[in-house]
Unconditional design. Structure first.
Length: 314
């Protein structure tokens, strides 16, 4: 089987380990760098307008990049009939934090209340008018590397953000007291992984927190929180994704959903991702797919990666 990796970093730990597993089983894996050619190139002969190793398209592509060039490339491949994990529409939805929040709340997920603004200055005016209460968390509306994520406790901080990010569309969420940690839940085709990570919003009151993941694993994850994470995949049409929950013993609160996150240091994640690639690729090409236990083959089934946002992903 031919598996494509849409990424400019094929040496990423989870991708490299997944590729090694697939190659060891006799499959062909090759990275397709979205920065190698113009995002708008004609794809009549190949992904960048010329013949290449993915002409015709591979059986399945793993979309481990969220840049405009990567999404444009993946969309062209989908238009040519290629299976992409995760689908472009679902990936794009998770880049818009307002659209993400609105869909999550309509679907009954316990997502943090989210308010959009044209820029931080608009939020400042709302605070000064008494329409928005502090403290809040301010984030770039459009998720990307090195975007804005900041805790705001007073108008002075919001004023500084307005000067530093004058034209940045943003969202605001209420800052909820927490332990200073986030619960990072990752799902690969229904298989759950998790860890506890120090929050980038942790304040001075959390200065004494120990390093590491806080001893948090699947055994410590409540059934309710696990159910929220799995439900998010159904709502957003994702097979590989992350869900960020506030840490603590209370009701789960979702603060973010990420398409195809890093899933670093999670034993079993590369194996789960390799199995997903073979299952989706086999279904898309009509090739009998491997059984879950690896002992043989079963009948090909429709690829869950074809599910769009708001539909169930198997």
């Amino acid at each position: 089987m031919r598996i494509g990796l849409i990424t400019s970093a094929p040496d990423h730990p989870v991708l490299a380990a997944t590729a090694a597993l697939l190659t060891a089983r006799g499959h062909h894996v090759e990275a397709l760098d979205p920065t190698a050619g113009p995002a708008g190139a004609d794809d009549s002969d190949g992904p960048h307008g010329h013949a290449g190793p993915f002409d015709p398209p591979a059986d399945v592509y793993l979309l481990k990049a969220h840049t405009p060039a990567a999404l444009a490339l993946a969309r062209r491949l989908e238009e040519r009939g290629a299976a992409v994990v995760n689908p472009v529409a679902a990936t794009e939805l998770c880049q818009d934090r307002l659209a993400m929040a609105e869909l999550a709340r309509r679907a009954g997920l316990p997502f943090a209340p989210t308010r959009a603004a044209a820029d931080p200055a608009e939020l400042l005016r709302a605070v000064e008018a008494g329409e928005l209460l502090l403290p809040i968390v301010v984030k770039s509306r459009h998720s990307r590397r090195h975007d804005l994520v900041a805790r705001v406790d007073d108008p002075a901080r919001l004023r500084a953000l307005a000067e530093e990010w004058p034209d940045e569309p943003v969202v605001a969420q209420p800052y909820l007291p927490s332990t200073g940690w986030d619960q990072k839940l990752w799902v690969v085709a229904g298989q759950l992984f998790c860890a506890r990570r120090r929050s980038e919003l942790a304040g001075p009151e959390h200065a004494e927190l120990p390093d590491g993941d806080g001893g948090f694993g699947p055994a410590e994850l409540s059934a309710e929180r696990a159910a929220v994470a799995l439900r998010a995949g159904e709502v957003f049409g994702l097979d590989v994704y992350g869900v960020d929950l506030l840490d603590g013993p209370g009701e789960p609160v979702v603060v973010d959903v990420n398409a195809f996150p890093g899933i670093r240091g999670q034993a079993g994640a590369p194996e789960a991702l390799a199995a997903l690639a073979l299952r989706v690729g086999g279904a898309a090409s009509g090739v009998p797919r491997p059984r879950a236990d690896g002992t043989g083959t079963g009948a090909a089934t429709p690829a869950s990666a074809d599910a769009g946002p708001g539909t169930a992903a198997g």
